[in-house]
Design a protein around this ligand. Structure first.
Ligand code: HQG
Length: 183
């Protein structure tokens, strides 16, 4: 499989399964699931750069570096495991986080984060990572990464809820500034 094609398909799937299914006239149910056959037909009709096939979709779901997408049990449906800006009910598993989680961002957001804490911005949750390496990758998408340490254990004890997505991203509604270690 050509990795360049797989990456471009992953980006396209992120767009239609997380942010704007209407781009190709796709329907998502309230839990974020799209019908696989409908997705393939509509990708091919309406703008995916690559010819979409069941094999290509299988390959991307299986080999995606962050396991961004998942099939249901009988593989008739597909959805993104996290990262949505549209409102979907993922029935995420609530979980107890480790004492610290990490968030990768960039310098230009620091002043605002110091004031308002971490906010979900255009997504459904604030995204946190269990290790610094992952947070560095997340921050690097936008420039020189700045890594924030979140006192997730303290937040949890104070009643904040945390969720672990299917692909092991930690999610929460917000992180007030007092729980962030700025170094
Ligand atoms: C920042 C990717 C100003 C925040 C990644 C971030 C992740 C604030 C940006 C997933 C702020 C939002 C999510 C505040 C937060 N003031 N800026 N109060 N609070 N920010 O893309 O965490 O590859 O919505 O630091 O790997 O960067 O797409 O969130 O820089 O897991 O699968 O506002 O997206 O996954 O940006 O990334 P995003 P994120 P995929």
């Amino acid at each position: 499989m050509n990795e360049k094609i797989a990456k471009s398909v992953s980006k396209f799937l992120s767009l239609v399964l997380r942010h704007s299914p209407e781009t190709i006239g796709l329907n998502l149910d309230e839990n974020g699931w799209a019908d696989v056959e409908e997705l393939i037909i509509k990708c091919n009709k309406n703008g995916s750069q690559n010819q979409m096939t069941a094999e290509l979709l299988d390959y991307v779901v299986e080999n995606n570096d962050k396991k961004r997408f998942a099939f249901n049990e009988d593989k008739t449906k597909i959805r993104a495991s996290q990262g949505h800006s549209i409102s979907v009910e993922l029935n995420l598993k609530e979980a107890e986080p480790s004492e610290f989680l990490y968030h990768g961002t960039v310098g230009k957001f620091m002043e605002s984060i110091k004031l308002d804490g971490l906010q979900k911005m255009s997504r459904q949750h604030v995204h946190l990572s269990k290790d610094k390496e992952t947070a560095i990758k997340v921050g690097s998408r936008r420039g020189a990464p700045q890594i924030l340490t979140v006192r997730s254990g303290a937040m949890y004890r104070d009643g904040f809820q945390f969720y672990l997505s299917e692909n092991n991203v930690w999610l929460t509604a917000e992180v007030p500034a007092k729980y962030i270690e700025f170094k």
